[in-house]
Design a protein around this ligand. Sequence first.
Ligand code: IMP
Length: 426
Amino acid sequence: MSVRVIIGAQWGDEGKGKIVDLLSNRSSWVVRYQGGANAGHTLKFDGKTIVLHLIPSGIFHENTKCVIANGVVIDPEKLLQELENVRAHGATPEGRLFISSTAHVIFPFHKQLDLAKESQLTDKIGTTGRGIGPAYMLKIARMGIRMMDLLDENVLREKVTQNVVYANSLLENLYDEKPLDVESNVSAMQAYAAQLSPFICNTAALLHDALDRNETIMLEGAQGALLDIDHGTYPFVTSSSPTSGGACTGSGIPPTRIEKVMGITKAYCTRVGNGPFPTELFDETGEELRSRGGEFGATTGRPRRCGWLDLVALRYACRINGVNELALTKIDVLNDMEEIKVCTAYKVNGEETLEFPLSINTFDHIEPVYRTFKGWKSYDSNPENRADLPETMQTYLAFIEEYLNVSVVILSTGPGRTETMELQEL
Ligand code: IMP
């Protein structure tokens, strides 16, 4: 097995950090391929909790090399803070972290634009305010500033000037905000660039050489399939491609080299920010899921919206990503519940369908169709085998697998590194 993509199969926050951390020490390379510091991947080990936003979770495994690839948008200030944090927790990034010279850079003006646009919207997206949308917008408009541009003062000043003039025209004329100045954007970045330059290189070439040596590569998606710019609940999405297709464009690894796509899903659903969520619960069960699951955003601290597992949405995510293995996380959050529901179809205007809607308006008319399972009592959180799990949980797992036609290969039974069952050889 040499190349595996790991994707969030819901609206993000599925517990990818933990799964990537688990598989990292079996990979020579861990690669982030999209998104930016909007992501928050929480790792818990040795009594410590660490949240990573940009650096791949593999950084804590000393034999693993980590790549922040071309598809990521990088906030240098945040990245430097994170480097300091991982060093303080014992990791050595030197010689092990590689940053793509063609990844785009997030400047303060991107964040300013993000916040200004959000504040004017009636139907707010609920962005993280990290400048993600404007950075990708200017990338696609071919005005973006890339990591390599930070290393040449003249190029940097020229590009920042072009961008700030553009940003100011929006800020002043459209959003009624104060204009920004070029110099402060340039000088801050130059200081950051000096510290980041040893890490900047051609990461696609590094990965191609690794492929030639048949080394194991894991591509780590951020956010989730339903937040994908093309396939998600547009416009309530992020501005990149968290789906497995994005792993190719975002890293330079060709589709013909990808063997496994692991979808990560919680045993229930959460969403942070606005947008459709057919199985959302507004009652005390929703509240219970939030408090038991500690469902508060790792990046913004916002309470997450909670609801039952939505198999219609998950089937769609499996299909658009080509998921051929599933990791089911946070099953322990459902312990001791009398009843557990999963959504097996949507009723739209009286008709049942398994199709995930493409129009945002259709979501207003969805009535989820549920199947109810008997809950299970708490159990030994480190069971050896699937057969040691409570019978009702085994029934629940088998139903999900049959519905999706994908096997659950990892079951996460708690937040710690050891609270993880591998149900199949990986
Ligand atoms: P943006 O990515 O900051 O532009 O935010 C767009 C939408 O994606 C908002 O609804 C955010 O809450 C959501 N979002 C962005 N990053 C994450 C994440 O890592 N987990 C969950 N939701 C996210």
